[in-house]
Design a protein around this ligand. Structure first.
Ligand SMILES: C[S@@+](CC[C@H](N)C(=O)[O-])C[C@H]1O[C@@H](n2cnc3c(N)ncnc32)[C@H](O)[C@@H]1O
Length: 206
């Protein structure tokens, strides 16, 4: 089972803003700055697709984007977004089932892994690792626990809420950091926000 956010598209962005203000958006804006011109980009779990419009503000043309989102209602909203002159292929499926037939300069996983069990995390990680070119950039943001009590409370509430509403599978954060280091990725940028609960990291594949 994967972590579909089906049926949440109509409230997801508003709820995220209500709880986190601009923190989740800013984490992704930080990451987008690392995308070079004319790159081939794979975005996985882009939600309602606002990230496409922000990326288009930085690169109105020249990008070749593959946008993979498993929830149909999220995908429907994403397709409405302004993507300028960039070439975008939309794929409504779980990314682990998708073989785009090309390798990417950049992979973007914005708050994707924190919904997964360890098993799904490893499967998705290795699939995306294979799709990224050597020397390519992997932009990842997720929640992290740094020992503050309220982080654990907020995380538990999120898991409970999204399990009830959308049936997500996770009940604890997967250890994505270990997967990056086991696969010899270099951290070339990082930014923390919301009392260090939100971590945005820029990795380079060797
Ligand atoms: C926590 S939401 C984050 C949405 C968006 N990145 C944001 O920050 O607003 C995770 C998104 O990943 C999508 N998703 C979950 N599992 C997926 C998978 N296996 N393949 C593609 N998309 C997936 C969900 O449907 C959801 O839209």
């Amino acid at each position: 089972m994967s972590a579909s956010y089906k049926n949440s598209a109509w409230f997801y962005d508003r709820l995220s803003r209500l709880v986190y203000g601009n923190a989740l958006i800013n984490a992704q804006l930080y990451l987008l700055r690392f995308i070079p011109a004319d790159a081939t980009v794979l975005i996985v779990g882009g939600g309602t697709g606002w990230i496409l419009e922000e990326l288009t503000k930085l690169h109105p043309s020249g990008l070749q984007i593959t946008y993979v989102e498993v929830a149909a209602d999220m995908m429907a909203r994403s397709k409405e977004r302004n993507t300028g002159q960039n070439k975008v292929i939309f794929t409504n499926d779980a990314v682990e089932n998708v073989n785009p037939g090309l390798n990417f300069d950049v992979v973007v996983t914005p708050f994707l892994f924190d919904n997964f069990t360890t098993e799904t995390t490893e499967k998705v990680f290795h699939h995306l690792h294979e799709l990224l070119k050597p020397g390519g950039i992997w932009l990842n943001c997720d929640f992290q626990l740094t020992g503050k009590w309220w982080q654990a409370v907020l995380l538990k509430s999120m898991f409970l809420f999204f399990r009830l509403i959308c049936g997500i599978e996770a009940s604890k954060l997967p250890d994505v950091r270990s997967l990056f280091s086991a696969n010899k990725y270099l951290v070339i940028g990082e930014e923390y926000s919301y009392g260090d609960f939100v971590a945005a990291k820029v990795y380079r594949k060797r």
